[in-house]
Design a protein around this ligand. Structure first.
Ligand code: TXA
Ligand code: MG
Length: 328
């Protein structure tokens, strides 16, 4: 039955990666319920994007302090183009990177049917075609646009496994479709357009260098981002422990998050994002390793993190580490 609010505890169904699980997920979405599902980036918390009440449930479940605009997931570019007017550059990027970890922000078409809460009243809509096979099957079975932010309580680290989602949202959402760990591990890259010129709103799973190469022009970053900026809140990806960035090695008492060869003599809890210095592997491990080290540290503990090169996916990794480190 319809759930009145986040205070009401409901059983969260754990759905398997099979035909029955996908059918149940689609059935729940049609009924205006909340279903978490895997994408190649992170787990999303999905609701029917045309159902305002269902979308409101996302904000309740996440405990979002205000209505930030959400990304709408669709099964292909044709479905995206029914919702937004993609400028020429966006069409090029869609052809090159969809399905995949790229979100495009573009003017919403009149009569799109998207609930006002999804855009928080903005004239633009963020759309993405996820590549994860299970996300694709849910979108096909549901047959409509699915609004989905990352499936974590507001301000916490994004989930890359079903257990991460359940750990925080069990009893607050109707179901989770378990597709195993997310292969990319970082949220999508978000690109908007300002008078036709591409603007980076959030670094993510597609390296900006690849986008620039595809478009044949530089992509300006917009760190201010204003209205559309939950990803820009200083402490958006915050573990409980504090982070010490660009550390050479941990001092006694600190946990260590390495990248590339570890320094000698580490004694405390330690994990390495990628001993070989592979940025894709590091991205896939980032959120799970932050959680794991956080769980081993006291509330006021410190996680020292090795420097990560600031190019390709490293730029998105550094963006998330900087936010996690920000004072709150
Ligand atoms: O990888 C991802 O993008 C994941 C998966 C689940 O798809 N989703 C995700 O959603 O990270 P969320 O809600 O955590 O972040 C959505 C970001 C926010 O920073 C929001 O400000 C931006 O998208 N956004 C949404 N609509 C926008 C708009 N109309 N203009 C500018 N930014 C927008
Ligand atoms: Mg998020």
């Amino acid at each position: 039955m319809a759930v009145e609010g986040s205070d009401q505890v409901r059983d969260t169904e754990r759905l398997a990666d099979d035909a029955a699980g996908v059918a149940r997920a689609a059935e729940l979405l049609r009924a205006g319920r909340l279903v978490a599902f895997p994408t190649e980036t992170v787990y999303g918390l999905g609701a029917d994007a045309r159902n305002g009440r269902a979308v409101a449930g996302i904000f309740e479940a996440k405990g979002r302090p205000r209505f930030n605009p959400l990304i709408v997931h669709v099964s292909d570019s044709a479905a995206a183009e029914r919702l937004v007017d993609l400028p020429e550059g966006a069409l090029e990027l869609a052809r090159a990177f969809w399905p995949g970890p790229l979100t495009l922000v573009a003017p919403m078409k009149p009569g799109s049917g998207i609930a006002d809460l999804v855009t928080a009243g903005l004239p633009t809509l963020a759309v993405r075609v996820p590549a994860h096979p299970l996300a694709q099957r849910v979108l096909a079975a549901f047959g409509g646009p699915v609004a989905a932010p990352s499936a974590n309580p507001s301000g916490q680290v994004s989930p890359t496994t079903a257990d991460h989602v359940l750990g925080a949202l069990r009893g607050r959402i109707d179901a989770i479709l378990d597709g195993g760990p997310c292969p990319v591990g970082l949220e999508s890259t978000i690109i908007g357009f300002d008078g036709g010129a591409p603007v980076l709103l959030r670094p993510g799973g597609v390296a900006v260098e690849h986008i620039e190469a595809m478009l044949g022009c530089a992509v300006r970053s917009e760190p201010g981002e204003g209205i559309s900026a939950p990803g820009q809140l200083a402490s958006h990806y915050a573990p409980a422990a504090r982070l010490r960035l660009n550390a050479v090695s941990p001092v006694p008492g600190e946990a260590w998050l390495g990248f590339g060869p570890d320094p000698a003599g580490i004694e405390g809890p330690a994990l390495n994002l990628s001993p070989t210095g592979d940025l894709a592997e590091a991205a896939a491990n980032l959120f799970a390793y932050l959680r794991a080290l956080d769980a081993e540290q006291p509330q006021d503990g410190i996680i020292a993190t090795a420097p990560v090169p600031d190019h390709g996916l490293g730029r998105a990794i550094n963006d998330r580490l900087a936010r996690a480190a920000a004072a709150r």
